[in-house]
Design a protein around this ligand. Structure first.
Ligand SMILES: [Zn+2]
Length: 367
């Protein structure tokens, strides 16, 4: 009887050991209950990929980090390329960090596939030590391919989120309280597609973007939209506090355009509550908005071919000033930097689709 018990005990121990190995190699092991949510999310992704005649997303092959949900309970997720094991240590500040976001506006279909193409490309790079050592040894890339899942997973995708808010007009920028609703009413006649919400920073999709930026302190942000056919830059134009080199950031803008057959560069105006305003203008983080030419899903492959080297070079391009430490992007006390050599457009455009949002009023350190 005793030996039978010990056999059962031994079997149980083996099972526990096996399970712990399984979970320790699973990146979602810390919160295993989230695995089901991510699995559902990935299946949903593939249903939509099929709808647009795209190849499989391979969504389930990435390690997702999932802390926060959308209004309708979809995971707001991101994946990391590069070694972030020293995230809490000073060495992390020396790394060159890029955040790439897509799907801020769910009716802009092409950017979502574009982010998955970037991820597939990066997976190959980061699986190859030789390539990493050559160009990407110090590079961390954070990709959030679908910032606004509720708007994309609908039968008829929309720009706004499930509460009817444009999540690129809801960042808590300094001008939000004064201008966001006033301009929406005066200039946009309460266009439902550009509703900034009743209060800044009210939407989980905005908090998600802000917290991603606060958590990783990126050296640059690339936000992908469509269909305005242009590259836009928001951020420092000169050296700011000896830390962020605006000249290098501009060099990169021009490089990206050249890499993509002289893609049009346009200086778009700031909007209250936009990502470019919150991250680029108010926090001096070089923020690039890439507007793909159309939202036509059949053009996705063509767009990835056009921008592949631009994205590669953008990630590899180090914007840090030599011998300087990373700027503290978490600070809320930075003075407002007036744009210098590059004039900011003065007119407000109805067709603006710029997609970046950051909001400093929340204090959570993760998404
Ligand atoms: Zn957009």
């Amino acid at each position: 009887m005793k030996s039978r018990h010990s056999k059962i005990l031994s079997l149980l121990q083996t099972a526990v050991c096996f399970l712990s190995i399984v979970f320790s190699t699973n990146s979602f092991s810390e919160v295993p209950k989230l695995t089901a949510a991510i699995n559902t999310f990935c299946k949903n992704m593939d249903v939509h990929f099929k709808k647009y005649n795209w190849d499989k997303s391979n969504c389930e092959k990435y390690d997702w980090i999932h802390v926060r949900n959308s209004v309708l309970g979809e995971p707001l997720t991101w994946t990391v390329f590069g070694d972030v094991s020293d995230e809490e240590k000073p060495t992390f500040k020396q790394k060159d960090i890029s955040i790439i976001m897509c799907g801020v506006h769910g009716d802009e279909i092409t950017p979502i596939k574009f982010c998955f193409d970037i991820m597939a490309y990066l997976k190959e790079i980061y699986d190859n030590p030789e390539v990493i050592n050559k160009e990407f040894s110090n590079k961390i890339v954070i990709v959030a391919p679908l910032v606004n899942p509720d708007s994309f997973f609908k039968a008829r995708p929309s720009r706004i989120n499930a509460r009817g808010v444009d999540v690129n007009r809801n960042f808590p920028t300094k001008d939000w309280a004064r201008d966001a609703r006033r301009l929406w009413i005066a200039n946009f006649r309460k266009d439902k597609r550009r509703n900034p919400g009743f209060a800044a920073n009210s939407e989980p999709e905005v908090i998600f973007q802000m917290n991603l930026i606060k958590r990783y302190g990126p050296d640059k942000i690339i936000s992908v939209h469509s269909p305005l056919t242009m590259l836009d830059y928001d951020g420092p134009n000169t050296i700011v506090g000896g830390l962020v080199n605006g000249a290098k950031a501009h060099e990169l803008l021009i490089q990206m355009s050249k890499d993509a057959s002289d893609y049009k560069i346009e200086n778009y105006p700031f909007f209250p509550g936009s990502l470019g305003n919150w991250a680029g203008k108010e926090r001096d983080i070089p923020t690039y908005t890439l507007e793909l030419p159309t939202s036509d899903p059949s053009k996705s492959e063509q767009y990835w071919k056009l921008f592949k080297s631009a994205i590669h070079n953008a990630i590899a391009h180090d914007l840090k000033e030599k011998n300087s430490e990373k700027i503290n992007v978490k600070s809320e006390e930075k003075p407002d930097i007036k744009t210098g050599s590059i004039p900011v457009g003065s007119t407000t455009r109805i067709e603006d689709n710029k997609a970046s949002d950051n909001d400093p009023s929340r204090t959570e350190s993760v998404n």
